[in-house]
Design a binder for this molecule. Sequence first.
Ligand code: MLT
Ligand code: ZN
Length: 456
Amino acid sequence: MTQALDECLSPKQIRRDADSLQHWGVDWTRSFPVAPSAVVFPDSTDDVVRLVQLANREGLSLVPSGGRTGLSGGAVASDGEVVVSFDRMDRVLGFEPADRLVTCQAGVVTQALQAYAAEQGLFYPVDFASSGSSQIGGNIATNAGGIKVIRYGLTRDWVAGLRVVTGSGALIDCNHGLIKNATGYDLRHLFVGSEGTLGFIVEADIRLTTPPEPQLVMVLGVNRFRDVLAVLGCFQNALTLTAFEFFSELALQKVTAHRGLARPLAGEAPFYALLEFDESAVELAAEAFEACLAEGWVQDGVLSQSQAQAANLWQLREGISESIAGYTPYKNDLAVRISQMPDFLDEVDALVQESYPDFEVCWYGHIGDGNLHLNILKPQGLAAEAFFQRCHEISPRIFERVAFRNGSISAEHGVGLLKRDFLSYSRSSEELAVMEALKQVLDPGQIMNPGKLLRR
Ligand code: MLT
Ligand code: ZN
């Protein structure tokens, strides 16, 4: 059936060999079957429009594919779908200094966008460990967050305009890079976070900002889970933070072993907080540190003395995900309001200790945003299926705690396949009905990433 693809694309834009299907048919999840029927590489928006029209005519399912760094299976093709990769649509199309807007195709890699911004003397602040491979289109489709959200917000906050090919083949130009535009529904935000279920993001106007002054990094050893939040409050009252991340001692052990890094402090602490802030705030930060020490919240700390040391300290946090990937982790990506976080942490910690006494549990996350990554590591001898089965049994109990606090079962990793069947813990039946109705309007043929986010 995918032979029809040859009508609308050239042979060099289509791959069907087993290696390519395996490579482009999967994201960073490893728990779903990978079985696309073809991978295609559009060169232009026209190519995408023709592909969508063809898919509607022939009944093909399309899976949008960016850097494939997602952790929820949103870019996995498990059932004969055609993967649509944006690898060839990777050009920066223009820059307007007066607007501080860069226009780029969906396949521009995040790090390339950051570098382009720096060349203009400006700054693109959305950043995460996968910025070397993730693409801007995928970042928008998942509303990617990362390590600087506390200061700069999410991808959504930087999207000033969006060109989208909907599932029915219409090309929609949303918001035109305007700052103010009070003309009704802002369709741009419908596509941000839509996980490729409504249409293809083909181009975006991205806002840039003034670069920050040089940054300092501090790592603190924290005595108790709750104290991490007390430390956050203390520092936030004193200065503007660019990042406030946390990780547990187990997470530190995994990352130092994996990357051969030195431990940050002389002693061991149950938890660590990593803070980043402007160089000019160093005295305020020192005072806040003394206050936390006096309260007994922190036991020790280190402050970066050079850019190289700052980068090394960041590795302790940014390298965790990669360092535990070999343990086939069961990943939770939870969010509650900061005010709810201390009680929520106690509840989830107790639940985890009771439910997984025999598993290693690795905590880390963007705690300054109320976002917790709870990773359960698979013991070596246990089969993956049995392990995931155990984790799935416990998940509803964790998600009940999330729902009780009006939190999110997926703060920044998206829903994809992994969290789809749990969506009702975070979204009401009325909301789900609206989401399904929107899907029907924009993708009546149900060709766009079927089975992701919503059941159909
Ligand atoms: C992170 O914060 O390191 C990323 O979201 C990846 C992960 O959670 O593993
Ligand atoms: Zn994260």
